[in-house]
Design a protein around this ligand. Structure first.
Ligand code: ZN
Length: 90
């Protein structure tokens, strides 16, 4: 039983490696449907290693012109002199 679990883990290794990547769905589908052919498994593994990691961009609109507290990381409203969360001057 442990042997079967290990083989299953080894079979889905490309999907596990690429699960945080942008092309995670494509890597998983290639791994699932063509992984049984050795070349499909190798291509999925290379794709999983080569794909760019998913990096979300935290975008803050400049028009809001909020102030940022360096102590706790809270965005306070414009013109504020003190942080509403921790009370430190911003
Ligand atoms: Zn604060």
């Amino acid at each position: 039983m442990l042997h079967l679990a290990f083989l299953l883990l080894l079979y889905f290794l490309p999907a596990i490696i690429g699960r945080q990547k942008r092309d995670a769905t494509g890597i998983f589908l290639l791994n699932l449907f063509l992984g049984w052919t050795v070349i499909g498994w190798i291509i999925a593994l290379i794709w999983a290693c080569a794909a760019q990691p998913y990096a979300p961009v935290n975008w803050v609109p400049a028009a809001a012109a909020t102030r940022y507290c360096c102590q706790c990381g809270t965005l306070t409203y414009p013109g504020a002199h003190f942080c509403a969360a921790c009370g430190r001057s911003v």
